[in-house]
Each structure stands twice: as C-alpha cells, then as structure tokens.
Design a protein around this ligand. Structure first.
Ligand code: G3P
Length: 217
C-alpha cells in the first residue's frame, strides 16, 4: 500500500520523506488554510520534495471553473494530481482533465456508486472518506471493501485512496482490504510505530544491559 501524507506542512513532509514513508501528498483547502501559505507557492515547494503524486484541490463549483483551475494547478509540476469533488460537475471536469493526460483525484466520496462513476470518468484516484463516515456512525471501512470489490469485478484501474484516515486501525484495516493508497496526517503515520510492548521490552533489555556493565561503543 502506498503512503500519502495528508498535509501542507512542508517540515512534516520533509521529515517523513527522509524516512521513505511518503509516496505522495494530498492537500485540500482546509489544509492550505492551516498551513497559512499561498496554495501555488506551498504546492510547488511540496512537489520539489516529493517525487510522487501531489494532490491540489480545485475550488470552483462548475465544471468549466474546475477545468480552468485544474489546468493552472497542473502547470505547477508534472507530479500534480488535480483534485475535484464528487459532484456531477466534478465528474465532467475529471473526464476532461484525465483525457488531457492529467492525474485526477476525485474527492469527498461517500458511496460505492459515486466511486463507480469516478472510475468511469477516468479518475486516477478515488478518495473515500473513512473517518467522516465513522463520524455519522457508518462503517467507513465497509465502503473501502465495497469499492475494492466493484473495481476488481470490472478491472477498473482507478486507485482506491483511503482518505480521512484518523487512527492506526484505519491504516491496517485499509491495507488488509487492499486499498491501493492511504493518506493520513503526519501524526497518524508516526503513531504506526508505537506499541506499549515495544516500550516495555526495550525498558527490560536496557535494565539487563546495564547489569552487564558492557558498552558497544
Ligand atoms: O484526506 C481527506 C482528509 O483531509 C479529510 O480528513 O479528518 O478532515 O475528515 P478529515
């Protein structure tokens, strides 16, 4: 499973990239707002750090506007993925932009039928929002599993990008189901390394090591 980092925080992206944890980046208007940076500037900087796909989201509501914004965003760097919302206009924009050869990430997906439409419109990625479904007491992981089944049934090439990933369990569950990609905030990716038995085991090893009186260096 590819790891995308869901942030516009350049320092966090640099840190995780150095560890080989970043196959791509996703941003959205809320994350740009949080960064306090200009969208074109910060996205360009991210594309210089990360070789993989970097999603930059359009904000127009009509297809023409999304297409124009998408074309402008795509000029930032060759690895830009234009992100459009899963609306009828978003699907129109997806078709035009993907026919032009741009990578397109269709976002704000909350149903299997929406994911089916995105695949038919040529999306490179579909972003089902797991955490936001969990928020309304719907199992977000069931949606990932349904989309996996549908895409496999018909050999759709659109990649499932599990988004709105909030917990470490979301990550392992998405991987078990076979999501192609997951995007998570840096803090969730860091938490994947943590386990209380690792900490406990390390503490015991170090106590015993002290008793040996030895040194490695
Ligand atoms: O990848 C989508 C993500 O940015 C939304 O996450 O936690 O705001 O639902 P969240």
């Amino acid at each position: 499973m590819k790891f995308f980092v869901d942030t516009a925080d350049v320092e966090a992206i640099k840190e995780l990239t150095a560890l080989g944890m970043v196959d791509g980046v996703t941003t959205n208007p809320s994350l740009i707002m949080k960064s306090g940076r200009d969208i074109l500037e910060v996205t360009k900087e991210i594309c210089e750090i990360v070789a993989g796909p970097v999603s930059a989201e359009t904000v127009a509501l009509d297809a023409e506007g999304m297409i124009a914004e998408g074309r402008k965003l795509a000029k930032i760097a060759p690895n830009i993925t234009v992100k459009v919302p899963l609306t009828w206009d978003g699907l129109k924009a997806c078709k035009v932009l993907s026919d032009e050869g741009h990578m397109v990430n269709v976002t704000l997906c909350f149903s299997a039928n929406q994911a089916l439409l995105a695949a038919k419109a040529g999306a490179t990625f579909i972003s089902p929002f797991v955490g936001r479904l969990d928020d309304i007491n719907v199992d977000g992981m069931e949606l990932i599993a349904d989309i996996r089944t549908i895409y496999d049934n018909y050999d759709f090439k659109t990649q499932i990008l599990a988004a709105s990933i909030r917990t470490v369990n979301h990550v392992s569950q998405a991987a078990m189901i076979g999501a192609d990609v997951m995007t998570a905030p840096p803090e969730v990716i860091r938490k994947l390394a943590a386990h209380p038995l690792t900490d406990k085991g390390l503490e015991a090893f170090l106590k015993d090591w002290e008793k040996t009186g030895q040194k490695i260096l």
